[in-house]
Design a binder for this molecule. Sequence first.
Ligand code: BTN
Length: 204
Amino acid sequence: MDIVFFETLESTQTFLLEKLQEDLCVVALKQTNGIGSRGNSWEGVESGLYFSFCLHQKKLPNDLKLQSASLFFGFLFKEVLNEKGFEIWLKWPNDLYLRDKKVGGVIVSCKQDKVVCGIGLNFKSSSFGSLGAELHKKEILEVFFKKIKNTSQWKQVFRKYKLEFCKNSDFSFHYQEQMISLKDVKLLEDGSICYSGKIFYSLR
Ligand code: BTN
Protein backbone atom coordinates (compact mmCIF):
# COMPACT_ATOMS: atom_id res chain seq x y z
CA MET A 1 0.00 0.00 0.00
CA ASP A 2 1.36 3.42 -0.93
CA ILE A 3 0.75 5.99 1.77
CA VAL A 4 0.58 9.64 0.70
CA PHE A 5 0.22 12.55 3.12
CA PHE A 6 -1.57 15.81 2.30
CA GLU A 7 -1.62 18.97 4.36
CA THR A 8 -5.30 19.68 3.61
CA LEU A 9 -7.99 17.86 1.62
CA GLU A 10 -11.70 18.40 1.49
CA SER A 11 -12.13 14.77 2.47
CA THR A 12 -9.77 11.82 1.98
CA GLN A 13 -12.86 9.72 1.23
CA THR A 14 -14.27 11.87 -1.58
CA PHE A 15 -10.74 12.38 -2.95
CA LEU A 16 -10.12 8.63 -3.21
CA LEU A 17 -13.62 7.84 -4.47
CA GLU A 18 -12.85 10.16 -7.35
CA LYS A 19 -9.38 8.73 -8.00
CA LEU A 20 -10.23 5.06 -7.28
CA GLN A 21 -6.57 4.13 -7.29
CA GLU A 22 -6.03 0.65 -5.91
CA ASP A 23 -3.53 0.14 -3.08
CA LEU A 24 -3.35 3.84 -2.36
CA CYS A 25 -3.87 5.33 1.09
CA VAL A 26 -4.30 9.07 1.48
CA VAL A 27 -3.88 10.81 4.80
CA ALA A 28 -4.86 14.44 5.43
CA LEU A 29 -3.57 16.47 8.34
CA LYS A 30 -6.74 18.51 8.00
CA GLN A 31 -10.06 17.92 6.20
CA THR A 32 -12.31 20.84 5.32
CA ASN A 33 -15.40 18.75 4.49
CA GLY A 34 -14.99 15.35 6.12
CA ILE A 35 -17.86 12.92 5.70
CA GLY A 36 -19.29 10.45 8.18
CA SER A 37 -21.73 7.60 7.86
CA ARG A 38 -25.48 8.15 7.31
CA GLY A 39 -24.84 11.43 5.49
CA ASN A 40 -23.33 13.12 8.53
CA SER A 41 -20.28 15.32 8.41
CA TRP A 42 -17.07 14.40 10.18
CA GLU A 43 -15.54 17.20 12.18
CA GLY A 44 -11.81 17.40 12.60
CA VAL A 45 -10.40 18.00 16.07
CA GLU A 46 -7.17 19.54 17.41
CA SER A 47 -5.21 16.46 16.43
CA GLY A 48 -6.23 13.25 14.75
CA LEU A 49 -5.64 10.66 12.07
CA TYR A 50 -7.83 10.94 8.97
CA PHE A 51 -7.24 8.55 6.11
CA SER A 52 -8.85 6.54 3.32
CA PHE A 53 -7.54 3.62 1.33
CA CYS A 54 -8.66 1.81 -1.77
CA LEU A 55 -8.58 -1.93 -2.38
CA HIS A 56 -9.83 -4.11 -5.18
CA GLN A 57 -12.69 -6.29 -3.96
CA LYS A 58 -10.78 -9.41 -4.95
CA LYS A 59 -8.21 -8.59 -2.23
CA LEU A 60 -10.84 -9.00 0.49
CA PRO A 61 -11.50 -12.35 2.17
CA ASN A 62 -13.87 -14.36 0.04
CA ASP A 63 -16.08 -15.19 3.01
CA LEU A 64 -16.57 -11.47 3.78
CA LYS A 65 -19.92 -9.94 2.86
CA LEU A 66 -19.20 -6.49 1.46
CA GLN A 67 -21.95 -5.10 3.67
CA SER A 68 -19.82 -6.05 6.69
CA ALA A 69 -16.59 -4.52 5.39
CA SER A 70 -16.66 -1.66 7.95
CA LEU A 71 -16.75 -4.24 10.76
CA PHE A 72 -13.84 -6.11 9.16
CA PHE A 73 -11.61 -3.04 8.75
CA GLY A 74 -12.81 -1.46 11.99
CA PHE A 75 -11.99 -4.55 14.01
CA LEU A 76 -8.48 -4.91 12.56
CA PHE A 77 -7.80 -1.21 13.18
CA LYS A 78 -9.08 -1.55 16.73
CA GLU A 79 -6.64 -4.44 17.24
CA VAL A 80 -3.74 -2.22 16.17
CA LEU A 81 -4.80 0.32 18.82
CA ASN A 82 -5.19 -2.43 21.43
CA GLU A 83 -1.66 -3.59 20.66
CA LYS A 84 -0.52 -0.01 21.35
CA GLY A 85 -2.14 -0.22 24.79
CA PHE A 86 -5.47 1.56 24.16
CA GLU A 87 -8.63 -0.21 25.28
CA ILE A 88 -10.59 0.64 22.17
CA TRP A 89 -13.61 -1.46 21.22
CA LEU A 90 -15.72 -1.49 18.11
CA LYS A 91 -19.32 -0.53 18.59
CA TRP A 92 -21.50 -2.17 15.97
CA PRO A 93 -21.39 -1.29 13.15
CA ASN A 94 -18.62 1.28 12.64
CA ASP A 95 -17.70 3.29 15.74
CA LEU A 96 -14.42 3.19 17.63
CA TYR A 97 -15.05 3.68 21.35
CA LEU A 98 -12.88 4.26 24.39
CA ARG A 99 -15.07 3.29 27.35
CA ASP A 100 -18.34 5.17 26.73
CA LYS A 101 -16.96 7.80 24.32
CA LYS A 102 -16.75 7.64 20.57
CA VAL A 103 -13.19 8.46 19.52
CA GLY A 104 -13.34 7.46 15.88
CA GLY A 105 -15.35 5.95 13.09
CA VAL A 106 -15.17 3.92 9.92
CA ILE A 107 -16.92 4.45 6.61
CA VAL A 108 -16.89 2.14 3.60
CA SER A 109 -18.02 2.96 0.09
CA CYS A 110 -18.06 0.57 -2.85
CA LYS A 111 -17.57 1.85 -6.38
CA GLN A 112 -17.11 -0.27 -9.49
CA ASP A 113 -15.08 -3.25 -8.28
CA LYS A 114 -13.23 -1.28 -5.57
CA VAL A 115 -13.76 -0.62 -1.92
CA VAL A 116 -12.80 2.70 -0.34
CA CYS A 117 -12.54 2.68 3.43
CA GLY A 118 -12.09 5.86 5.48
CA ILE A 119 -11.16 5.98 9.14
CA GLY A 120 -11.04 8.95 11.48
CA LEU A 121 -9.49 8.77 14.94
CA ASN A 122 -9.29 11.65 17.39
CA PHE A 123 -5.93 11.89 19.13
CA LYS A 124 -6.61 15.04 21.15
CA SER A 125 -9.81 17.01 21.46
CA SER A 126 -11.31 19.43 23.95
CA SER A 127 -14.87 18.85 22.71
CA PHE A 128 -15.10 15.21 21.53
CA GLY A 129 -13.91 11.85 22.82
CA SER A 130 -10.30 11.13 22.00
CA LEU A 131 -7.44 8.71 22.63
CA GLY A 132 -5.70 11.37 24.70
CA ALA A 133 -2.39 10.61 22.99
CA GLU A 134 -0.66 11.21 19.68
CA LEU A 135 0.40 8.16 17.71
CA HIS A 136 2.95 7.86 14.94
CA LYS A 137 0.65 7.90 11.91
CA LYS A 138 2.80 6.11 9.36
CA GLU A 139 3.72 3.36 11.82
CA ILE A 140 0.08 2.72 12.80
CA LEU A 141 -0.96 2.59 9.15
CA GLU A 142 1.80 0.18 8.17
CA VAL A 143 0.88 -2.20 10.98
CA PHE A 144 -2.79 -1.93 9.99
CA PHE A 145 -2.19 -2.70 6.30
CA LYS A 146 0.01 -5.64 7.20
CA LYS A 147 -2.81 -7.00 9.38
CA ILE A 148 -5.30 -6.65 6.52
CA LYS A 149 -2.92 -8.48 4.19
CA ASN A 150 -2.42 -11.28 6.71
CA THR A 151 -6.11 -11.79 7.40
CA SER A 152 -7.41 -14.05 4.71
CA GLN A 153 -10.77 -14.93 6.28
CA TRP A 154 -13.64 -12.97 7.77
CA LYS A 155 -14.33 -15.84 10.15
CA GLN A 156 -10.96 -15.20 11.87
CA VAL A 157 -12.22 -11.71 12.69
CA PHE A 158 -15.76 -12.77 13.50
CA ARG A 159 -14.58 -15.37 16.02
CA LYS A 160 -12.96 -12.55 18.04
CA TYR A 161 -15.62 -9.92 17.41
CA LYS A 162 -18.42 -12.09 18.74
CA LEU A 163 -16.58 -12.46 22.08
CA GLU A 164 -16.59 -8.67 22.45
CA PHE A 165 -20.07 -8.03 21.12
CA CYS A 166 -21.49 -7.88 24.69
CA LYS A 167 -19.72 -4.50 25.06
CA ASN A 168 -22.47 -3.10 22.82
CA SER A 169 -25.27 -3.93 25.22
CA ASP A 170 -25.56 -0.46 26.80
CA PHE A 171 -25.72 1.19 23.36
CA SER A 172 -28.16 1.60 20.49
CA PHE A 173 -27.99 2.04 16.76
CA HIS A 174 -30.04 4.20 14.44
CA TYR A 175 -32.44 2.65 11.98
CA GLN A 176 -34.40 5.21 10.00
CA GLU A 177 -35.99 7.34 12.74
CA GLN A 178 -35.70 4.55 15.31
CA MET A 179 -33.06 3.79 17.95
CA ILE A 180 -32.65 0.06 18.48
CA SER A 181 -30.99 -1.16 21.66
CA LEU A 182 -28.08 -3.49 20.90
CA LYS A 183 -28.91 -5.63 23.92
CA ASP A 184 -32.02 -6.81 22.08
CA VAL A 185 -30.26 -7.99 18.92
CA LYS A 186 -28.55 -11.18 17.85
CA LEU A 187 -25.23 -11.01 16.05
CA LEU A 188 -25.17 -13.31 13.00
CA GLU A 189 -22.12 -15.04 11.51
CA ASP A 190 -21.81 -12.66 8.56
CA GLY A 191 -21.61 -9.60 10.85
CA SER A 192 -25.22 -8.55 10.40
CA ILE A 193 -27.60 -8.30 13.33
CA CYS A 194 -31.11 -9.57 13.69
CA TYR A 195 -33.77 -7.57 15.49
CA SER A 196 -37.40 -8.48 15.56
CA GLY A 197 -37.02 -10.76 12.52
CA LYS A 198 -35.26 -8.07 10.45
CA ILE A 199 -31.61 -8.30 9.36
CA PHE A 200 -29.37 -5.22 9.45
CA TYR A 201 -25.95 -4.84 7.89
CA SER A 202 -23.36 -2.22 8.68
CA LEU A 203 -23.53 -0.94 5.09
CA ARG A 204 -27.14 0.12 4.70
C1 BTN B 1 -18.50 7.82 11.20
O1 BTN B 1 -18.26 7.53 12.37
O2 BTN B 1 -19.55 8.37 10.86
C2 BTN B 1 -17.45 7.54 10.15
C3 BTN B 1 -16.45 8.65 10.14
C4 BTN B 1 -15.36 8.48 9.11
C5 BTN B 1 -14.46 9.69 9.09
C6 BTN B 1 -13.25 9.47 8.22
S1 BTN B 1 -12.01 10.71 8.45
C7 BTN B 1 -11.15 10.10 7.07
C8 BTN B 1 -12.18 9.76 6.01
N1 BTN B 1 -12.49 10.95 5.24
C9 BTN B 1 -13.75 11.37 5.43
O3 BTN B 1 -14.26 12.36 4.90
N2 BTN B 1 -14.37 10.53 6.27
C10 BTN B 1 -13.51 9.46 6.72
